[in-house]
Design a binder for this molecule. Sequence first.
Ligand code: HEC
Ligand code: HEC
Length: 306
Amino acid sequence: MQHSRFLPRFLQRLLVAAALAAGLASAVAQGGPVLERGRYLVTTILACGNCHTPKDGEGRAIAAKELAGGGIAFDIPPFAGVAANITPDKETGIGSWSDAEIKRAITHGERPAHGPLAGKPLALPMAANFFKAILPGDLDAIVAYLRSVPAVRNPLPAPVYRAPVHREAFALADQGFGERDLQDKVRRGAYLATIGHCLECHTPVDKGVLQLDAALGAGGRPFMPSFVKGLPESWKGAVSRNLTSDRERGLGAWSDAEIRRAIVQGVGRDGRRMQEPMPYAWYAGLRDDDLDAIVAYLRTLPPLPR
Ligand code: HEC
Ligand code: HEC
């Protein structure tokens, strides 16, 4: 990639996505629709790699180390640690965990009852309170995909917990999603936006508590301040935006095409290049009908002029 610095960032991201897809094509061909569904979810709307795949100096995911952990170092008041190695490596990844144990970690933020960290809850950056909404069939598919990525040996520092983990914001996951919602445009959009935890980033936090009741989707959450280490300068200072249907402050006056472009290309309504940590490169792989469903759901968010 000797010419990489001359390519626009979006093109670079597409190349990374293509490299990831090519590396996986053979595994997926062997695995059928369940594995393919898992690959689709993990590498698009769930964007697990946005935290779990290490990045190069310019913030691009390193395809050869997919999900090997350690990319982002959190150092927030209750927790210091990195996103774990979730490849099938038996010693440094999750290769020795059962399917049920992996599912419990994803949907409840709980570790298995064995190993050095037995019983210790996973820290809050791991968005289990949103992943709890993942439908059982999709959860099977996700585990199948995690088992299919190459095992990477990558020992990481142990996490440090400075305060108990309180996982309170389960309200969005508890919307009673079922398989039939996948057939309904707005409900599918709500489901995808929930498991993609869009509104975790796009809802303000007050004294450490996500304001899901008072300010759902109102944005204004600052990201990547000094306590998140190992990130490129271009990520710093990002603040999430208002996604409600308010015409002044939110997306009410945007066209569907403008919203879709923001999500998959990271380009604002005025043509501005948007900042991370929103995982545009992952969302670029979303199917058109799923993207339309997400936009249809965003249109239902009550306007909040803030
Ligand atoms: C916002 C960042 C972030 C995203 C996105 C994320 N994780 Fe995590 N994950 C973490 C962090 C940080 C930890 C370690 C927490 C700790 O040590 O307490 C973790 C831990 C885990 C663990 C436990 C592994 C272990 O050895 O302890 C599993 C399993 C896991 N994540 C799976 C996933 C999957 C699957 C996805 C996508 C559906 C995902 N994560 C998305 C940040 C993230
Ligand atoms: C990890 C946090 C994060 C996640 C997850 C996330 N976003 Fe964002 N989003 C941001 C940030 C930060 C910005 C502002 C970027 C900027 O202004 O440069 C943003 C900007 C946007 C914008 C542009 C709005 C405007 O007024 O400019 C849209 C639309 C959007 N996000 C939709 C979504 C949707 C839909 C999802 C889920 C599929 C999502 N976001 C997930 C952090 C996130």
